[in-house]
Design a protein around this ligand. Sequence first.
Ligand code: FES
Length: 214
Amino acid sequence: MAEKVTIIIDGQKISATAGEMLLRAALDNGIYIPHLCAGGEETGHPPASCRLCFVEVEGRPAPVPACTLPVTEGLVIQTRSERVDGLVAAGFELLMSNHRLDCKNCPANGSCELQRIAKARKLRLKPKNLPVLDKNLPVDDSVPGIIYDPNKCVLCGRCVRACRRSGSGVLGFTRRGYQRVVTTFGDSTLAESGCTGCKECARACPVGALSQTD
Ligand code: FES
């Protein structure tokens, strides 16, 4: 049986499984930590690429990502501090500077993880300091039941991993800088790529980039 340990998050005693990631332990106990690249039901080691899940760990000199911090007995965590809030705000603004903001017409409106983070940390969805760099890429509705708007992609990689798990494996990352995006091999449409239409990608997407129409 998995060993149980006791940790403290924001002054609250939590029982967690030794070795599980702190982000998972916090979420399972109703403590919200912003996150995008670590997927909901996914287990294992996330890519730690979104840099939104920073927390303070007692005894450590700098904030660390909660999604890659294994839980050990006696861990003392603060989910908020000036440093953490600053890192999350900066990372979030960077993401939003490359995200086409159209909440009113977005299928994820109301369930979007970006909206949730903005609300939890009192952040603006619209960047204040950075210019918005729109990718200006075509929307792909070539597979029935799936719409892919790459202009809303936040590069969390959850769809790529879901697509691999489903067995299709047609999604991957391409390009660099603000043009980096999830696409298919050779930049073909989903229909041309060998996509089976399972919609696992849309279910995994935490924003409105990949959505289901049925
Ligand atoms: Fe930890 Fe993305 S959820 S870095």
